[in-house]
Design a protein around this ligand. Structure first.
Ligand SMILES: NC(=O)c1ccc[n+]([C@@H]2O[C@H](COP(=O)([O-])OP(=O)(O)OC[C@H]3O[C@@H](n4cnc5c(N)ncnc54)[C@H](OP(=O)(O)O)[C@@H]3O)[C@@H](O)[C@H]2O)c1
Length: 338
């Protein structure tokens, strides 16, 4: 790395080379309270300067708003960025506040056209199935996704929150470049099955919420007290009530490792997840989300931290002590089906 630029990694056996840390763009339009559009735009530009080339969005983030917001940035830098977006969380016309999981071919076709239009690009670099609709055979959904590749609308395919079995079935239909699932010091449930399957198949892992949705940075310790009423994190069991108190105490151990590296706890959380690439021998490209250039600099600098075996062992013990599930309803996650 020179001039603070991050190194690169390959997004799966057949995928593009990308900066070893991506940028999660969801919070710029959705879920985490009010955003400052100018600061978000400055964050995107700073990311690119530092070698971040892999940008994560979804049609569901703000009902298309996030894709629209990112479009001018992507268009200005089309050859430098790898755009990842997702389908599957449909909005029923009778109730725009709800989300219904859909993986059926007509829906996928409708969704890809809408994303291409909002992004205003000719092709999506990585197209993920955001959630599994267990009523549709995965072969059928991935078959349609593969058709989109053949038609030139999409370059590579990804899956989010799938089980190892679902990943294998999908990969038999068309190569999958990446699996995006929650993976952090607090959330390690993909390690026994999904991670080994991804390694066997040459699929990259894209950890989402690698900062535990911000909790691992210490920027909030109790969602009810610290976050705005519309913040999604107030619905997540581990960030409220007694669970939040138990979990905040776990940060002390992360802080002790951080002091040894003259780093922040968030940087240690990112270094830990990044280092899972060598632990599990597969490409790992986390996508921490931020809307602030200074935090982006802090997060990318974490790619330079190397934790010792002893520090990894210490940190590895944290997840088993976390109180509360990562979602109120775990049936929509790989852990809920495995
Ligand atoms: N596939 C899925 O189902 C799924 C689910 C969730 C998320 N995602 C994707 O993954 C991305 C990342 O996950 P995430 O945003 O949920 O969680 P995250 O990356 O673990 O944490 C993001 C939170 O941490 C804060 N933050 C970031 N850097 C910080 C720093 N250096 N110091 C203090 N606070 C910091 C951010 O605040 P600011 O923004 O104010 O800086 C934001 O509130 C999302 O943007 C989205 O693209 C995918």
């Amino acid at each position: 790395m020179t001039d603070g630029r991050i190194t690169t990694a390959k997004l799966g056996d057949n995928g593009p080379e990308v900066g070893v840390q991506g940028l999660g763009c969801m919070g710029m339009s959705f879920a985490y309270g009010p955003s400052d559009a100018d600061a978000s735009r400055a964050t995107l530009e700073r990311a690119l300067e530092l070698g971040v080339t892999f940008y994560d969005t979804a049609d569901a983030y703000g009902a298309g708003e996030n894709e629209r917001f990112l479009s001018p940035f992507f268009k200005a830098h089309r050859d430098e960025v790898v755009i990842a977006t997702k389908f599957a969380l449909s909005i029923p016309p009778e109730d725009p506040t709800r989300r219904v999981i859909r993986n059926d071919p007509p829906y996928i076709r409708e969704a890809v056209e809408a994303s291409l239009k909002r992004l205003d690009v000719d092709v999506i670099d990585l197209y993920y199935m955001h959630r599994r609709d267990v009523n549709v055979p995965i072969e059928e959904s991935v078959g349609t996704m593969a058709d989109l590749v053949r038609e030139g609308k999409v370059k590579h395919l990804g899956l989010s929150e799938v089980t190892a079995e679902e990943l294998r079935a999908a990969h038999a239909v068309h190569p999958i470049a990446a699996v995006q699932s929650e993976w952090s010091l607090f959330s390690r449930d993909i390690e026994p099955k999904v991670v080994p399957a991804a390694r066997d198949l040459g699929v990259a892992l894209v950890p989402y919420s690698p900062l535990g949705r911000g909790f691992l940075t210490g920027s909030f310790t109790n969602a009810d007290q610290d976050l705005t009423p519309d913040d999604f994190r107030r619905q997540q069991p581990r960030f409220t009530g007694e669970n939040a108190t138990t979990n905040a105490a776990l940060l002390e151990l992360i802080r002790s490792v951080a002091r040894a590296h003259d780093a922040s706890p968030g940087q240690i959380a990112l270094a830990w997840v990044q280092q899972q690439a060598s632990v599990h021998r597969l490409p790992v490209i986390p996508i921490p989300g931020t809307r602030k250039p200074s935090r982006l600099e802090e997060n990318t600098a974490a790619t330079r931290i190397v934790l010792t075996e002893e520090q990894l062992d210490l940190l590895n013990g944290i997840a088993a002590q976390v109180a509360g599930a990562r979602y109120a309803d775990m049936t929509f996650t790989s852990a809920g089906r495995e």
